[in-house]
Design a protein around this ligand. Structure first.
Ligand code: MIG
Length: 799
């Protein structure tokens, strides 16, 4: 162990030696001579929680981040001690707690290698000046260690050598190095020696993380208040680390399938005739689209829950007409409520005392779009309940299908810090505190209240919410976008990094403003951005509207055709994307996988940023530069089919891939079975009478899944879903697909159309469920065939 020497900052205080130890089922209590307490909770064999107190007792345990359904329970727990340390052993890890100074080391239970080790460990600074203790933690950086996560900060996938701050901030036209931005997600994973672990610092104050920037061999994190309270997750697979964190902080319910379609947005489409002109054009040009957005100008003077009589005289009729044409209407709702005694939402909020106040009593007053506003204290259950109720008319009566929460960092105009002053008071669900603690969770609680409103009034259909600000756990309630990006090639790359980083941080349902929010893309940039965007879980074009148009037809016909082609690919892939969402919802698996998460043993992947896997089997790499005919990219290990040419390439190397403007580097994992819909102009336009399965032959095995349900509603929670697991096996002159089925949902189609790519032999015989069938009977032609959806075993042979 390293000693506390000249490294420490003068004002820092440290735990002294342990004088007391107590075990209370799965919670271990340690007390030091200088009255520092450590509460170590064993949540699972691979998940530990560390809480430290410097005043001899703990405050009430409360967190907005933790999902109440998080898994708990371990297979093995054993505690012993020797001269030097306490030793906690679970089935997955060993934790040492040093008696002399409370420092921690965590080891792999099987091979006893060090996974994570305190450097100075827990220490703190008493600060009356700064309004409370600064709690600090430092860890030894292991040899060759890399770091990932922390939400959608734009810089890089690998965080090594960088320093970050978490403080939700409205950051119009942010750049590669802007930090902080809109979200605060204090979770990262470390990877070294082939093993990965994660740390979630569940502290909503302003937090900081340093990954070997200040000191080459040290990683540290600290907060400007609150408790040193962190969770440790052990993999060793990085995917399992992210899965564990996501299990702890939760996943959303399944979205309505239309929410995975293409969305069109702009600031702003108005009046009604303009909205109709846009939606009609989508249908005329046959470009699939499921959602149309109304930005702040639909309101009366930016008053939430009102409509501009001039622009939208009959919202209910309009929303219905849009719905009849397959468009779901999504409207923006901001947190600021205009100070206006004639405005009932304001009056009610005032009468019921729902608005945030300053420390000395006056209301928190701030300027946003409507002018001077007050702001609901969304951290109070009663206020959230009220807020949810405000959606009755919009959702139940008018028929709006989605709500977009903006400005919820919270953003305030023309003030230093662009937000509330630190003294603003919040209820924090009965744990009163200042804005310093509530700031980072304010947007989350607003989105949560909005979600409950939609869920209530849209029932039995599923809600759809999108938020700009977020803290860990926000993904339970809402999707998100990355805020006000810029129409530049660099921002196309940033969007790619951000979506991957969010997925690595438990928040998969995310996408960028396609084409860029600020400034004007040219057609080429827009087309390249659409190519990336159709592989992001949330797919929406949005722009600030103070420049030219940003619809698929705003450039030239060539661009329109390319954009249509890629949106059509997304609509074909809807069953694949939906299955990917199911795996996120049900198994906590991130929907996008950075190459490092896909194959951490291959060190080549540790610094890759552009390539990622969408779902489990589609490798995507956007073109990030103008005038490209293709690009160099890294193909991860294994065999991959070029999506366009069906050529097979063996990965583990960098290679050039052709990609003229109407195509992009796209690969499918060998052995994959990719389900496809026919192209529809919107979800549900066509009844699906046959499902296509694209099979990519492999010498060897590969598993795939297909999840289906009613695409909306809650029947799936009562067993009415269909989950099929496909086991593919090929061996040169034979291929077999086995299906295992679960669930009670009956799909609308009766047959699969199976297209086999790369089959190395000429088919002589086919068996369905162990019976030979005539090749004509299954319409066998060019390695395609039609079989009943009920088959459980399909075999094709060369003899
Ligand atoms: O101060 O509602 O990020 O998507 O179009 C700007 C207008 C407020 C910022 C959002 C953007 C939205 C815009 N909003």
């Amino acid at each position: 162990m390293i000693l506390n020497t000249e490294l420490e900052y003068k004002g820092d205080l440290f735990p002294s030696s342990i004088i007391e130890y107590k075990k209370d089922v799965d919670v271990l209590h340690f007390t030091t001579a200088n009255n520092v307490k450590l509460q170590l909770t064993v949540l699972r064999d691979s998940v530990l929680r560390f809480r430290y107190s410097t005043v001899g007792k703990f405050n009430k345990d409360f967190s907005y981040a933790i999902d109440k359904n998080a898994s708990r329970g371990y297979n093995h727990l054993e505690i012993s001690d020797d001269e030097e340390k306490y030793i906690v052993t679970t089935a997955k890890l060993i934790c040492h707690i040093y008696k002399v100074d409370l420092r921690i080391s965590i080891l792999d239970a099987i091979d006893k290698t060090i996974i994570c080790q305190d450097e100075l460990g827990f220490h703190w600074e008493e600060s009356y000046e700064l309004g409370g203790d600064i709690v600090k933690m430092s860890k030894v950086a292991q040899n060759g260690e890399s770091y990932y996560g922390l939400g959608d900060k734009p810089e890089h996938i690998n965080l090594k050598g960088r320093r970050f701050e978490n403080w939700a901030t409205d950051s119009y036209a942010y750049g590669k190095n802007t930090d902080p931005i809109y979200k605060a997600i204090p979770f990262y994973t470390g990877l070294h020696n082939g093993k990965s672990y994660g740390i979630f610092f569940d502290n909503s104050f302003r937090t900081y993380f340093d990954f070997c920037q200040e000191r080459r061999n040290v990683t540290s994190f600290w907060a400007a208040g609150g408790e040193m309270n962190y969770y440790f997750f052990y993999g060793p697979k990085m995917e399992d680390v992210v899965v564990s964190y996501t299990d702890l902080t939760g996943t959303p319910e399944l979205p309505p399938l239309w929410a995975l379609g293409y969305h069109q947005c702009k600031w702003s489409y108005y009046p009604e005739s303009k909205v109709k002109e846009i939606t009609k054009k989508f249908r005329d040009l046959k470009i699939p689209c499921d959602a149309i957005y109304l930005d702040i100008d639909y309101m009366e003077g930016f008053r939430c829950f009102t409509w501009s009589k001039e622009y939208f005289p009959e919202p209910k009729r309009m929303v219905k007409e849009l719905a009849d044409d397959g468009f779901k209407t999504v409207v923006i709702i901001d947190p600021g409520i205009k100070i206006d005694m004639e405005y009932d939402v304001f009056r009610e909020g005032l009468e019921k005392d729902y608005f945030c106040k300053r420390a000395d009593g006056p209301y928190m007053k701030g300027k946003v779009w409507p002018g001077e506003c007050y702001f609901p204290d969304f951290t109070r259950p009663k206020v959230r309940e009220w807020w949810a109720g405000l959606f009755k008319e919009l959702i139940e009566d008018i028929g709006v299908k989605g709500v977009w929460n903006d400005m919820n960092e919270p953003a305030v105009m023309d003030v230093p810090g662009k937000s509330f002053p630190p003294d603003v008071r919040h209820d924090y669900d009965g744990n009163p505190c200042s804005h310093q603690k509530a700031h980072n969770i304010y947007g989350m609680q607003m989105a949560r209240a909005t979600y409950h409103g939609l869920k209530r009034f849209n029932y039995p259909k599923r809600p759809f919410v999108i938020t700009r600000s977020a803290y860990s756990g926000t993904q339970r309630y809402t999707s998100t976008w990355m805020g006000d990006n810029v129409a530049t090639w660099e921002h196309l790359q940033i969007a790619n990094i951000q979506a991957q980083r969010l997925a690595l941080s438990g928040f998969s349902f995310a996408g960028s403003d396609i084409g860029g929010f600020a400034e004007q893309p040219n057609g080429e940039l827009y087309a390249r951005w659409i190519q990336l965007g159709v592989f992001h879980p949330f797919c929406r074009t949005h722009s600030s509207g103070d420049h030219g148009d940003q619809e698929p037809w705003a450039f030239d016909d060539e661009i329109t055709d390319i954009v249509r082609k890629f949106i059509e690919i997304r609509y074909e892939l809807l069953p694949y994307l939906y299955t990917t969402f199911y795996q996120y919802y049900h198994d906590n698996v991130p929907m996008l996988k950075s190459l490092v998460l896909f194959d951490q043993e291959d060190t080549q992947t540790h610094y890759r940023t552009d390539e990622f896997i969408c779902g489990n089997q589609i490798l995507v790499c956007p073109i990030n530069e103008p005038n490209s005919k293709g690009r160099r990219m890294y193909i991860p290990r294994g065999e991959w089919y070029n999506y366009w040419t069906k050529e097979v390439i063996t990965g583990g190397k960098e290679t050039w891939v052709d990609a003229d403007l109407d195509t992009m580097p796209l690969f499918v994992k060998a052995g994959a079975i990719i389900p496809k819909f026919p192209v529809q102009q919107y979800v549900g336009e066509k009844e699906i009478t046959q499902l296509t399965l694209d099979v990519y032959y492999k010498d060897g095995k590969e598993d795939s899944e297909l999840y289906e349900d009613a695409n909306d509603g809650y029947d799936y929670t009562k067993g009415r879903y269909s989950l099929k697991k496909f086991n593919f096996a090929g061996n040169g002159d034979k291929m077999i697909i086995r299906i295992h089925k679960r669930g009670l949902f009956n799909t609308s189609y009766d047959t699969f159309k199976i297209n086999i790519h790369g089959l190395p032999f000429k088919v002589k015989s086919i068996k369905v469920d162990n019976e030979y069938v005539d090749l004509k009977e299954v319409k066998f032609k060019n390695n395609s065939l039609v079989v009943t959806k009920l088959f459980t075993n399909l075999q094709l042979k060369a003899d």
